[in-house]
Design a protein around this ligand. Structure first.
Ligand code: PGA
Length: 253
């Protein structure tokens, strides 16, 4: 039985005051004892303050990116130990905006994932095909390469979450149909069984991401292999994020 995991990717949104207000709203609505793991992933500047604000709650903290080196001359980047120091449990790695806007390659991500995990972070590793790849019927090939080239069998599968985020569904208001999401999630789980083993793969959480909203969360979360969500836009409103968390709880009850 997998515990669903809903994470909010705040992207480049919220100043300190706005972020504190949002996380207080989430905290009020996410009661301890809920059978869903919940994380918020604010911008770096807010991590420390938000970690204080969620102390004693069931909400965990994640970062949106991490460098593979422990320290050094990497202007603008941040290390795993800095994120741990700021209170992070998780790092999102390989988000499509990092891949497609900032040019991160599977080769770079293959350095980030083990470095983050060795330092003690849990990783949410994102995979997903672009619209062009989707229309060309290349979804499985793209996702397979994103997994094969980055996720190696010597990583600890209990510290790894996969987020399947079709790029054509991110921030577009278009969501994969539940059957489309389920189909890719089954494919991802099969790949994970090959990389690790079947029992590890069956225990791993595979989140869906891409325009998840309160109105579509229920049907997505009720797919047997969809174990939660990586939420962008809708996580910026406490009520909406809480409604998605509630949908995940309900689907797994
Ligand atoms: P969205 O973003 O929910 O706004 O589509 C999801 C994501 O990028 O993780």
């Amino acid at each position: 039985m997998r515990t669903p995991f809903v994470a909010g990717n705040w992207k480049m949104h919220k100043t300190l005051g706005e972020g504190l207000e949002l996380v207080r709203g989430i905290r009020e609505r996410v009661k301890p004892g809920l059978k869903v793991n919940v994380a918020v992933c604010p911008p770096f500047t807010l991590l420390h303050a938000i970690s204080k604000e969620i102390e004693g709650s069931a909400i965990r903290l994640g970062a949106q990116n991490v460098n593979w080196e422990a320290k050094g001359a990497f202007t603008g980047d941040i290390s795993a130990s800095m994120l741990l120091d700021a209170g992070c449990t998780y790092a999102i790695i390989g988000h499509s905006e990092r891949r497609h806007v900032f040019g991160e390659t599977n080769e770079m991500l293959a350095k980030k994932v083990p470095a983050a995990m060795e330092a003690g972070l849990e990783v949410i590793y994102c995979v997903g095909e672009t619209l062009e790849e989707h229309e060309a019927g290349r979804t499985q090939a793209v996702v397979a390469a994103q997994l094969d080239e980055v996720i190696k069998g010597d990583l600890d599968p209990t510290k790894l979450t996969i987020a399947y985020e079709p790029v054509w569904a991110i921030g577009t208001g278009k969501t994969a149909r539940p059957d489309q999401a389920q189909w890719v999630h089954v494919f991802v789980r099969g790949k994970l069984a090959g990389i690790f083993n079947e029992s590890a793969a069956n225990s791993m959480v595979i989140q869906y991401g891409g325009s998840v909203k309160p109105g579509n969360a229920g049907e997505l979360m009720s797919c047997p292999d969809v174990d939660g969500a990586l939420v962008g836009g809708a996580c910026l409103v406490a009520e909406d994020f809480a409604a998605i968390i509630a949908a995940a709880a309900e689907a797994s009850a």
